[in-house]
Design a protein around this ligand. Structure first.
Ligand code: LMR
Length: 398
């Protein structure tokens, strides 16, 4: 039966790690997959996570199934993290939430829930958006449409284009938004723009579906959650897919959550039961370990503070790298302004290179990034900045 299935190429993002690993060049630089690296080039286990893990190992007495919604305490943690502890939607019991296998699991669960609620619903995604949004949502049967988001010429958000397109979105469709640290472009909505999109959603009746995979990597934990918090206050329905891969460094644990804000507590209760039923039919229940660590950190003032200060150190390091790269490019490519890289936030920015130039960076300099010239700034290191900017200057000279 499998003779009908051709061998597929590697994933356009994850495949870069394999190519990088196999490259013998000692100068190689991995700006591909969105993974944070410290000054030694490692993706460390955060100290708060290490400590929570040690405590968990001591206290854990069973590996029996956990609750279908996930590890006890993890949903309270995610609700407070995403919405803030005093949020009126939480007080009103309007939020349903379950732990999921990573942020991808949350997106997929949301897609299946949307299919149950409104079969064949359309989801509007930004151009560009994270490459995996398309298969994750599309393979659940949702029709995807695009709205303009990033102006590649100006290296800035195309807010007018976005609003003009969203003004045509019919009631009942969903609009996928990135809470902060837009993947792949790093250009985010300001608070004023979030308010305008919220007003439009209210007027048009479309439902925001927010991917929050980088909370804490942009401006801070609260500032990065402004969009979901504001929308959950102003609108009857909002979906928020949360990932703990980046901000807790739990990549391989596959820890995440889906929070769905309903019009009232009865709707939220119904949605909660639907989420459990969808998850049961997909993977039964979420993995417990990563969620247990998040819950443990959230429950302890000391660990929570340690985690927050580690996270702000990571955020600071990325900003330092952004500024260093801009400074170095100003010297090596004097005719071109790369200042946008320092203004953008999170792990990613586009260099604005052609696919052929990206290929040259890989083949001649062993510098890896996705074909659309998205770089993971967090994969850079201060001692590699000049090497990378000189290589960019070379390929731009042709
Ligand atoms: C990325 O965009 O590089 C990360 O979100 C990792 C992934 O799974 O694609």
């Amino acid at each position: 039966m499998f003779e009908s299935l051709p061998k597929l190429p590697n994933d356009p993002i994850l495949g870069l790690s394999i190519a990088f690993r196999d490259d013998p060049n000692p100068e190689k630089v991995d700006l591909g997959v969105g993974v944070y690296r410290d000054a030694s080039g490692n993706t460390p286990v955060m100290a708060a996570v290490h400590e929570a893990e040690a405590q968990l190992l001591k206290a854990e007495i069973t590996k029996a199934y956990t609750a279908p919604a996930g590890y006890p305490g993890a949903n309270e943690a995610v609700q407070e993290l995403a919405f803030g502890p005093e949020h009126p939607a939480l007080a009103a019991g309007r939020v349903a939430s379950v732990q999921t296998p990573g942020g991808c699991g949350a997106l997929r669960l949301a897609a299946e829930l949307i299919q149950r609620a409104r079969k064949g619903a359309r989801v509007w995604v930004s151009t560009p958006t994270w490459a995996n949004h398309v298969p994750l949502l599309g393979s659940a049967g949702l029709e995807l449409k695009e709205y303009p988001y990033y102006d590649f010429e100006r290296h800035a958000l195309d807010f007018d284009g976005m609003m003009a397109a969203l003004a045509q979105v019919p009631a009942g469709d969903l609009v996928l938004l990135h809470a902060a640290c837009h993947n792949p472009c790093g250009a985010d909505l300001t608070e004023a723009q979030w308010r305008q999109v919220t007003e439009l959603a209210s007027e048009r009746g479309f439902v925001p579906f927010i991917d929050m995979a980088y909370q804490g990597f942009g401006e801070g934990l609260d500032a990065d959650a402004f969009g979901p918090r504001w929308m959950a206050e102003q609108l009857p329905e909002v979906l928020v897919a949360v990932s703990f891969s980046k901000n807790f460094g739990l990549y391989r644990e596959r820890a995440g959550a889906l929070a769905v804000v309903g019009a009232d507590s009865a709707r939220a209760e119904a949605v909660q039961s639907q989420l459990l039923s969808v998850a049961r039919g997909l993977y039964s229940m979420p993995p417990a370990h990563g969620s247990a660590l998040v819950a443990g950190i959230w429950a302890s003032n000391e660990l929570r503070q340690r985690w927050q200060s580690e996270l702000s150190e990571m955020r600071g390091r990325i900003q330092t790298l952004r500024e260093a790269l801009v400074g170095s490019l100003a010297a090596t490519v004097p005719g071109q302004d790369f200042g946008f890289i320092a203004r953008e936030r999170g792990m990613f920015s586009f260099l604005g290179l052609t696919e052929a130039q990206v290929g040259q960076l890989k083949d001649r300099y062993s510098i890896y990034m996705t074909d659309n010239s998205r770089i993971n700034v967090a994969g850079l290191n201060l001692d590699k900045v000049d090497y990378v900017s000189r290589a960019i200057a070379e390929v731009l000279r042709g």
